[in-house]
Design a protein around this ligand. Structure first.
Ligand code: G3D
Length: 201
């Protein structure tokens, strides 16, 4: 009887929460992506102008609700010294968004190595991974095929996890909804780490 009542309580008053990390090199477009996600998924959200976004020093957080679940997105600073702090968040995380600047050919290999290092961390084993090939609105953006070839994501480099590379323009909002929906579905279907249960507010 108790478990029945408990189940009913949970069903009506509790919400499943997923924690998502947004990482990538500095300037890749992480905060712009977070801001567009808020605009798309939070009704009546009055966003700040995208050109007013400044460098992330600590962390930016967004909470979005999708089909009676909640996603808490953590946008972490990408400067080299801040990358050391990322793994403090891995233990809680259900899925990862990794943002790549498709125009920054100079740092593409660095970005790839940073991605691989993160994916090899034991706390991120099998965490679904959404790679965003960002800034695709720009003329000088590398095409997806070239980015895919350079990043060369395979089970030897990123482990056996769900992974998708998505073309996006965080600035224009293109591909943002598709990316978030894909990641939500992957973490929701995954039995790797159970969602946190939180009372509805
Ligand atoms: P970060 O959080 O990864 O450090 P930001 O990156 O979101 O702060 O973005 C860094 C710069 O890239 C910003 O320009 C931002 O407008 C730009 N940017 C982000 N996403 C896109 C995109 O999809 N297309 C284009 N063209 N630019 C993008 P500034 O000039 O403010 O440095």
């Amino acid at each position: 009887m108790f478990s029945l009542l408990r189940g009913l309580w949970d069903y009506f008053f509790r919400r499943e929460e997923y924690y998502i990390l947004i990482i990538g090199l500095h300037n890749a477009g992480k905060t712009t992506f977070l801001e567009q996600t808020k605009r798309l998924f939070i009704s009546n959200y009055n966003g700040m102008p995208l050109e007013k976004i400044t460098a992330t020093v600590g962390l930016n957080i967004a909470t979005v609700d999708i089909r009676s679940h909640r996603m808490i997105l953590w946008d972490l600073g990408g400067q080299e010294d801040l990358q050391q702090l990322w793994d403090k968040y891995y233990g809680e995380c259900h899925g990862v968004v990794y943002v790549v600047d498709s125009c920054d050919t100079e740092n593409l290999i660095t970005s790839k190595n940073v991605l691989i290092k993160a994916m090899k961390h034991q706390d991120l084993q099998e965490a679904p991974l959404l790679i965003l090939a960002n800034k695709q609105d720009r003329q000088d953006a590398l095409p997806l095929t070239q980015l895919e070839a350079t990043l060369d994501t395979n089970s030897a480099t990123i482990g056996g996890r769900d992974c998708k590379i998505q073309r996006v323009s965080a600035l224009q909002g293109e591909g943002v909804k598709e990316g978030i929906e894909w990641l939500f579905n992957r973490v929701n279907e995954s039995s790797r780490r159970l969602p946190k249960l939180r009372d509805n507010d």
